[in-house]
Design a protein around this ligand. Structure first.
Ligand code: SF4
Length: 402
């Protein structure tokens, strides 16, 4: 019988502990730190990325997730009933990984008026139980701050029960530039008409080398972080992403996470980190950079370990795929995003996942992973808990000390 540390013995699997704490395990010192709730440093995170002990990495991340979660919520997996709105695909920028953007004269270009958006949502049969609008778009001068003020006012009037998560830091900076005002004015203006949180897009990879290669028109990483800090100071929450599969190194991924951790130490408003995958149809990124399943799982795990001040790690199944997202629940993930009606951006670039999972499909993914689906609101308030049906209850729980 191994000697277990005194911390939360209810979550420490005996075999896992034996394996991780063995003197010859190269991940042992990281495991000791996870158990002691100590910070994983840059070099250690790089070491974990470069390890081939995938199961050991999963144990590290799952232990970190459990220790960071109240005992009675450790089996919970969150999802949200949300609806993506992309008001235009016309964009002035030229990100090399983007397959969504179209020029204004393209036959595939579209622009939605405020009424178009309201009618589209109004026709959605599930609108009465929606929790969240996720609104991101191209950088298009006809859709400036005044447009979004009108849009948010109309959405708030027509669907007052739905939380508006909208506008990436890149879009906030763009609107600020169009109007000749600082980003805080844009944030305040939109907050006054219903904006409640910011999505995490536009972060891509903060590395200056990578931004120069793939999104030179976007604001630098430091400005992206500053705008999220401003939003946090105003009481707006936000999420953060990392777009992987662009040709970035493991060191650049870790650096991205460390910069986020530092910002979170300062402003504290990030709720969730979401690692995303690049797709390769209709853009200029070399498909040989595509992430494997193992790399996706490492992204989940390392982000859970480095981002010790982020409450949640999300697998956005539209990008990652339903199956790896489900497996990710053992690699630090505790959120599977949502039902995502009308996802256009990843599908423009060839993701093979479906555009929309029904509630039953999402529940089944979570139940079959041995976990409990929790329908949440945008700020992780619990809306409903779904106990597993009888035919999945016979699955064995992982053995833990009681
Ligand atoms: S990623 Fe966003 S900013 Fe870049 S080209 Fe596409 S729509 Fe424009």
């Amino acid at each position: 019988m191994p000697t277990l540390p005194p911390h939360s013995p209810d979550v420490i699997n005996e075999l896992h502990h034996d394996y991780m704490a063995h003197a010859s395990n190269p991940l042992r010192s990281m495991y000791d730190k996870v158990i002691a709730r100590q910070r994983i440093e840059r070099e250690e995170a790089e070491f974990i990325y470069n390890s081939n002990d995938l199961l050991g990495i999963g144990i590290l991340a799952d232990t970190a997730r459990r220790l960071a979660t109240p005992v009675d919520r450790r089996n919970d997996v969150y999802w949200v009933h949300n609806y993506h709105i992309n008001p235009t695909n016309i964009c002035e920028a030229n990100c090399t990984f983007c397959s969504f953007k179209k020029g204004p004269k393209s036959p595939k270009a579209y622009v939605m008026s405020v009424d178009d958006v309201i009618n589209m949502v109004g026709n959605y049969p599930g609108k009465d139980t929606l929790s969240e609008f996720h609104i991101v778009s191209g950088l298009y001068k006809e859709q400036d701050l005044a447009y979004y003020e009108d849009l948010f006012k109309a959405l708030t009037r027509e669907f007052p029960h739905v939380h508006i998560k909208g506008m990436t830091a890149v879009e906030i900076a763009y609107m600020a530039e169009l109007d000749g005002v600082p980003p805080e004015v844009v944030l305040k203006t939109l907050k006054d008409v219903g904006l409640r949180s910011l999505p995490g897009g536009g972060a891509e990879v903060f590395s200056e080398r990578m931004r120069e290669l793939v999104c030179v028109d976007k604001i630098p990483g430091e400005e992206w972080l500053r705008i999220h800090g401003l939003a946090h100071d105003m009481g707006l929450s936000s999420t953060a992403t990392m777009l992987a599969g662009l040709g970035e190194t493991n060191e650049e991924r870790v650096d991205h996470m460390i910069r986020l951790r530092e910002q979170q130490d300062k402003s504290g408003g990030f709720m969730t980190f979401i690692p995303l995958n690049c797709y390769y149809e209709g853009n200029r990124i070399d498909p040989s950079n595509a992430l494997t399943g193992v790399e996706n799982l490492k992204n989940f795990a390392v982000s859970r370990l480095v981002l010790d001040n982020f409450p949640h790690i999300k697998a956005f199944w539209v990008h990652i795929g339903e199956k790896i997202s489900q497996v990710g629940l053992n690699f630090g993930v505790d959120d599977l995003d949502g039902t995502v009606v009308q996802e256009k951006i990843a599908h423009s670039a060839g993701t093979a996942s479906s555009e929309h999972l029904t509630k039953d499909q999402l529940l089944n993914l979570i139940w079959k992973a041995g976990r409990i689906p929790i329908e949440r609101d945008s700020l992780y308030g619990v809306k409903a808990r779904y106990e597993p049906p009888a035919d999945t209850r016979g699955y064995h729980e992982a053995h833990t000390f009681a």
